[in-house]
Design a protein. Structure first.
Length: 347
């Protein structure tokens, strides 16, 4: 009897090993096209485990977290498979069967279940009150409070008094394979903020997750609140924009606004996108993310950027930390994220 559910077994068995997905996979590309870091091999080894030709091992479980869930392989398979979803389902079904993810990944729920992510001084800026626009802090709150400081200042200029909500959205739980827990966290977030006039987030993944699960909620990306573009406000800046893999249009729109404001803005190539799934992969396979950071810095240097703008604030925090702490990665310009750039446009 196969290890996985009939549905997942059927999907895995339909893979014809053509490798079309490999050619769209950033992890494969960042590892010099090593077959062991590719969607085809993640599916192939899952097939062997499913047929019990090999047993589930710590190495196999860790191996399955090398995929960053960027979804760039979705839509390219000639037999209609979604490799990123198959990989994610394997993670989920392993957890359902009691196989513990790598310890660093298994520790995620404690970290992202929310609560108290604002730095203390902010709580006095805008006291809690119902019926106001509510800014949602996310998983980046503790590691990069400057995102929330900038976001709060920008929102006060745009909207006046706002409410600060401090619940993470749980999307990272999904990418770790904890589907049920993600739903629970999202439910709590929506319930606790149901009286808000509307919700505002600095993270496109958080916006996407809330819109998809609760289409009735009015949730807006922070940059979308800018009604007029301050023409000529930003001169002499040359941005390399790192898109959120699953919301590429957000990076395009930020680029257009910055260009209208007087800056030069370039979108990084697709394979240098960064999204919440990368945070999970970093915990299990930090080398994948180190290679991504090197690729981003090399690209920024090659195009002469003065600033690297990460559309996803959690990725901003993660890659900034990698660049700061790793030997041999140096970038002389600024690292930034949407809230800070919005505040610059408003000053
Ligand atoms: S989701 Fe991204 S990292 Fe994962 S297999 Fe697909 S292209 Fe590669
Ligand atoms: S493109 Fe589809 S069939 Fe080809 S290796 Fe990838 S998942 Fe398998």
């Amino acid at each position: 009897m196969p290890l996985f559910t009939p549905r997942l077994t059927a999907d895995i068995s339909r893979c014809v090993r053509c490798g079309a997905c490999n050619s769209h996979c950033p992890v494969y590309s960042l590892h010099s096209h090593a077959e062991t870091k590719s969607p085809r091999s993640w599916i192939k080894l899952s097939s062997s485990v499913n047929k019990k030709e090999i047993s589930v091992s710590v190495e196999f479980i860790e191996f399955m977290y090398g995929c960053t869930q960027c979804a760039l392989c979705s839509g390219v398979c000639p037999v209609g498979l979604d490799p990123s979803y198959i990989i994610l389902k394997v993670r989920k079904e392993l957890i359902d069967q009691g196989y513990v993810p790598p310890m660093a990944v298994a520790a995620l729920p404690e970290e992202v279940l929310g609560g108290e992510v604002f730095p203390t001084p902010l709580e006095t800026v805008a006291p809690m009150a119902g019926g106001r626009p509510t800014y949602l802090a996310g998983c980046w709150g503790e590691s990069t409070p400057e995102v929330d400081v900038a976001a709060s200042a920008a929102l006060e200029r745009l909207l006046g008094k706002i409410r600060l909500g401090d619940r993470a959205c749980g999307v990272i739980l999904r990418y770790a394979g904890y589907f049920d827990q993600e739903e629970e966290v999202l439910e709590v977030l929506v319930r606790e903020n149901s009286d808000a006039r509307f919700l505002v987030s600095a993270c496109p993944e958080q916006v996407r997750a809330i819109r998809e699960s609760h289409p009735e909620m009015d949730v807006r990306f922070i940059f979308d609140l800018l009604e007029e573009i301050p023409v000529g406000r930003i001169r002499g800046e040359r941005y390399l924009i790192i898109p959120d893999c699953r919301s590429p249009s957000v990076g395009e729109k930020i680029g257009e606004i910055l260009a209208a404001a007087g800056a030069e803005a370039m979108l990084a190539p697709d394979e240098l996108c960064c999204s919440c799934g990368h945070l999970v992969t970093r915990r299990a396979q930090p080398d994948v993310i180190r290679r991504l950071a090197v690729g981003i810095v090399n690209e920024a240097t090659a195009v002469g950027s003065s600033a690297i703008l990460f559309v996803n604030p959690a990725c901003y925090g993660m890659i900034s930390e990698v660049i700061r702490s790793a030997k041999g990665i140096k970038f002389s310009g600024r690292l930034s994220e949407p809230a800070e750039e919005l505040l610059r446009l408003l000053k």
